[in-house]
Design a protein around this ligand. Structure first.
Ligand code: PNS
Length: 167
């Protein structure tokens, strides 16, 4: 069975990676699908994010990384996926995730959403938290894959230099 794990992944965190690794044990193939979202200004481009996720998941043989635009269920159907994976960190995630799962079910009743609870140690973790810490040069090595930690540091170093020049 093929599963699609959709998201923004701006950037991928160890919480996402934990979900991907566990989904990889449950499904024949897991497609990590980065949404091309015209309504959000991301930190990393879609191609950067695809490259970051590809590097971070290279130890998982049945994972594929892709991008999509439009509805998730349309993309899943195109890929012949019967399952959408979403991670749940805490009860606070549940309301929105349940709403999304119900919406997707009304759009395509043949596609199921399966929730995987993230490991306890990542229950506080989000891409936004990571970006906030990185922006203020805090430690992020325990929160994101190594390649992403390097990319974040480089991004904010370049930004700090640009700001220093314009001061
Ligand atoms: O990582 P995120 O930002 O929480 O992921 C949200 C995502 C991409 C799964 C969700 O916004 C989505 O599925 N967007 C595509 C549009 C869509 O299918 N909308 C209907 C479901 S609410």
């Amino acid at each position: 069975m093929i599963a699609v794990y959709p998201g923004s992944f701006d950037p991928i965190t160890l919480g996402h990676l934990d979900v991907i690794e566990r989904a990889g044990l449950l499904f024949e193939r897991v497609i990590v699908a980065v949404l091309r979202n015209p309504n959000k200004v991301p930190l990393f481009t879609v191609s950067d994010r695809i490259a970051q996720i590809t590097t971070a998941t290279k130890h998982i043989p049945n994972v594929q990384v892709d991008s999509f635009s439009g509805l998730t269920v349309t993309y899943a159907k195109q890929k012949k996926a019967a399952v959408l994976i979403r991670g749940l960190r805490a009860v606070s995630d549940f309301e929105l995730e349940l709403q999304m799962a119900h919406t997707n079910k009304t759009l395509d009743e043949n596609i199921e959403t399966i929730f995987l609870s993230t490991s306890k140690e990542y229950s506080f973790l989000s891409s936004s938290v990571v970006k906030e810490i990185a922006k203020f040069s805090g430690p992020i090595e325990h929160l994101v894959p190594q390649n992403v930690a390097i990319a974040l540091k480089n991004h904010f170093k370049d930004l700090a230099q640009d700001l220093a020049v314009s001061d």
